[in-house]
Write a protein that binds this ligand. Structure first.
Ligand code: UDX
Length: 449
C-alpha cells in the first residue's frame, strides 16, 4: 500500500517506519525543512529504542522517504495519515489548528479516491470537522475520513506498533475500512471496527482510565503512609484480581509526560462542552498534583529548611527509557526545590540534552553521573525509576553524602536493603526507614504521623 504520513514527529515517524517495516511504501511529510533534511541524512530527532534501526533499514530498502511537500504526499498515497500535534490550550481544551490546516492543505491535492486517517489524539467529532473542511475546500474530492488512534508508549513505541494489544479503526465507509484492514493485515492483532466518534472517544477514555488507576493507587499510598501499610503489597493484593489487573498500579510521584496530563484535561473539557461533565477526572488531576506536594512536604519535614541544601536528583525524564522531559513530574519537582532555595545537582541517563534546554536548567547543576550528583549532598531524591539507578554502588553514595538521606519518589529501591545500608529512606506508601539503631544495628521502621 502507498501511505503518506503528515507530521514526522514522535507518532508519525514511528508509525511510518513500522508501516515500511511490514512492506508498505511510505512517504513521511513534515513542514520543518531542517527536520526533513536531518531525517534524510539518517538522523533521528528523538530517542526511541529500536527506531533508528527500523528507519535506517527501510530508507535503505527504498520503502521510507521524507518530503516537505504535502501535495506530493497526497498524490503519492492511497491512504494519508494525519499525525500532527494537538497541543493543549490554557483552558485544557485541544488546539486543533494544525489538524485544520492539514485538512485544508490536503483538500486541493486530492486527485483520486483517498482515505484520510486521523492518527493524532483528537476530541470526539473531529473526524466530522476534517471531512467538512476538506469538502469545503474541494467540493468534488473523492475521499473518506477514518479515525485510527495510536496507543504508543514512549520508550517501547516500536514494539507497541509492531505488536499492538488492539487496533482501533473507526470508519463510516466499507471502502475506507477495506483499505485500512489491508494496511493492518501484516500486524497480528485484534482489530476493533467502530464508527468514527467511538474510535475517537476510545483514545481519551483509555488514557483517562489509566490515569485514574495511577491516581487511585496514589491516593491509597497516602493512606498507607498514614497507617503503616505497604502500598506495594496492597497493589499486588488488588492487582491479582483479574478484573482489576496489576498494571498501572505503581504508586509514585504521579503521572506526567506529553499525553496523560493533556489528554485528561482535554477529556474534561470535551465532556464539559458536551454538557456531560466528568468530575471524577478533576479528582484524578487533584490527586496527581497532591502527590508531588506531599512528597516535597516529606522532604521539607526531614530537612527542616531547604534553603541552601544540596539535593541530588536522579532522573529528569518523565519516565525511564525516554529522553522526553515534557510535563515531567521530575522537572516539576526540581522547579519546586529550586523555588525553595535548594541547590539541585541533577543527572539523567538520557534526558540531559533535553533538560539543558529548559529554563530551570540555568538554576541547577547538571552533572555526568549519579555519583557526581550525590557529592556532599544533604539528600538524594529519585525522581525517575531508571533501572540503572538501582545498581549504583550505594556504599559509595553514602560515603559521598553529607547525610544518608534518600527520598525515593518511584519506589525503585528495596526498603530492607536501604535499611541494611544504613540509609534514612522514605518512599511512596511504604514504611519509613528512620535510621539504624545504635544499640541493635537494626533498622527502625516508623509510620508517618
Ligand atoms: C501513554 C499511554 O500509555 C499510551 O497508550 C498513549 O498512546 C500515550 O500516553 P506514555 O505517555 O508514553 O503513554 O507513558 P506511560 O508509560 O503510559 O506512562 C505515563 C505516566 O504515568 C508516566 O509519567 C509514568 O511514570 C506514570 N505511571 C505509569 C505511574 O506513575 N504509575 C504507573 O503504574 C504507570
Amino acid at each position: 500500500m502507498k501511505i503518506a504520513i503528515i507530521g514526522s514527529g514522535y507518532v508519525g515517524l514511528t508509525t511510518g517506519a513500522c508501516f515500511a517495516e511490514v512492506g508498505h511504501d511510505v512517504l513521511c511529510v513534515d513542514n520543518d525543512e531542517a527536520k526533513v533534511a536531518s531525517l534524510r541524512a539518517g538522523k533521528i530527532p528523538i530517542y526511541e529504542p529500536g527506531l533508528e534501526e527500523v528507519v535506517a533499514k527501510n530508507v535503505e530498502a527504498g520503502r521510507l522517504r521524507f518530503t516537505n511537500d504535502t501535495p506530493e504526499g497526497v498524490s503519492f498515497a492511497d491512504v494519508i495519515f494525519i499525525a500532527v500535534p494537538t497541543p493543549p490550550q490554557p483552558d485544557g481544551s485541544v488546539d486543533l489548528r494544525f489538524i485544520e490546516r492539514v485538512a485544508r492543505e490536503i483538500a486541493p491535492a486530492i486527485d483520486s479516491y483517498k482515505v484520510v486517517v486521523d492518527k493524532s489524539t483528537v476530541p470526539v467529532k473531529t473526524g466530522e470537522k476534517v471531512a467538512e473542511t476538506i469538502r469545503r475546500y474541494a467540493p468534488e474530492a473523492d475521499f473518506d475520513v477514518v479515525s485510527n488512534p495510536e496507543f504508543l508508549r514512549e520508550g517501547c513505541a516500536v514494539e507497541d506498533l509492531m505488536k499492538p494489544d488492539r487496533i482501533v479503526i473507526g470508519a463510516n465507509s466499507d471502502r475506507a475500512m477495506a483499505l485500512m484492514q489491508k494496511i493492518y493485515e501484516p500486524f497480528v492483532a485484534p482489530v476493533l471496527v467502530t464508527d468514527i466518534n467511538s474510535a475517537e472517544l476510545i483514545k481519551h477514555a483509555a488514557n483517562s482510565f489509566l490515569a485514574l488507576k495511577i491516581s487511585y493507587i496514589n491516593a491509597v499510598s497516602a493512606i498507607c503512609e498514614a497507617s503503616g501499610a505497604d502500598v506495594e503489597k496492597v497493589a499486588e493484593g488488588i492487582g491479582t484480581d483479574k478484573r482489576i489487573g496489576r498494571a498501572f498500579l505503581n504508586a509514585g510521584l504521579g503521572y506526567g509526560g506529553s499525553c496523560f496530563p493533556k489528554d485528561i484535561a482535554a477529556f474534561i473539557a470535551i465532556s464539559d462542552d458536551l454538557g456531560t461533565p466528568f468530575d471524577l477526572l478533576k479528582e484524578v488531576q487533584r490527586i496527581n498534583a497532591d502527590q508531588l506536594d506531599r512528597f516535597i512536604k516529606n522532604i521539607r519535614d526531614a530537612l527542616w529548611v531547604l534553603q541552601d541544601k544540596r539535593i541530588a536528583v536522579w532522573g529528569l525524564a518523565f519516565k525511564p527509557n525516554t529522553d522526553d522531559v515534557r510535563s515531567s513530574v521530575a522537572i516539576h519537582l526540581v522547579e519546586k526545590l529550586v523555588e525553595e532555595g535548594a541547590n539541585v545537582r541533577a543527572y539523567d541517563p538520557k534526558a540531559m540534552d533535553k533538560a539543558r534546554q529548559l529554563p530551570v536548567a540555568e538554576k541547577i547543576t547538571l552533572v555526568d553521573s549519579p555519583l557526581e550528583a550525590v557529592e556532599e549532598a544533604d539528600a538524594l531524591v529519585i525522581a525517575t525509576e531508571w533501572p540503572e539507578f538501582a545498581s549504583v554502588n550505594f556504599k559509595a553514595v553514602k560515603e559521598s553524602m553529607l547525610a544518608p538521606l534518600v527520598f525515593d519518589g518511584r519506589n525503585l529501591l528495596d526498603t530492607k536493603t536501604m535499611a541494611k545500608l544504613g540509609f534514612q529512606y522514605r518512599s511512596i506508601g511504604r514504611p519509613i526507614i528512620q535510621a539504624v539503631s545504635a544499640e541493635t544495628q537494626a533498622p527502625v521502621a516508623a509510620t508517618a504521623g
